[in-house]
Design a protein around this ligand. Structure first.
Ligand code: THU
Length: 137
């Protein structure tokens, strides 16, 4: 499979970030790189905690960093794990808030693209802001 150069770049970015994952409990580092439609890239890593449920996933860290910097339009996110793992349900929901067309790349620790898909495909019939009578800005 030929991987577009910008896909490869984003995957490499996520894989580099992955080195900074804080994973003393699972030893499963995850790196994410989220590109906005304006071309900015925000990385994220999973940050675990001794109180396990307070752990935060890499994808959500990237989204929250971007939103807190004023970005809400996302084009693509690359997610890198040792074995090409898939974004969890919570991360799918958080990404769906900002658009179902966001492309999702899943890659393994060698930088190999395992799957290219979209949030809409990962979360069919998603509950989104349009389901609420009023959408707060
Ligand atoms: N994890 C992520 O960072 N993203 C996902 O979408 C799936 C799971 C993290 C959470 C935890 O630190 C580790 O992977 C094992 O579940």
């Amino acid at each position: 499979m030929t991987i577009p150069q910008d896909y490869q770049f984003l995957i490499a970015f996520a894989n580099e970030a992955r080195k900074r994952a804080y994973v003393p409990y699972s030893n499963y580092p995850v790196g994410a790189a989220l590109r906005t439609t304006s071309g900015r890239i925000f990385t994220g890593v999973n940050v675990e905690n001794a109180a396990y449920p307070t752990t935060m996933c890499a994808e959500r860290v990237a989204v929250y960093k971007a939103v807190s910097e004023g970005e809400r339009e996302f084009e693509i996110i690359a997610v890198v794990t040792d074995n090409g793992g898939s974004p969890c349900g919570g991360c799918r929901q958080v990404l769906a808030e900002f658009g179902l067309d966001t492309i999702v790349l899943m890659a393994d620790g060698e930088g190999r693209l395992v799957l290219e898909t979209t949030i809409g495909k990962l979360l069919p019939e998603a509950f989104t802001p349009k389901h609420l009578p009023r959408k707060a800005d």
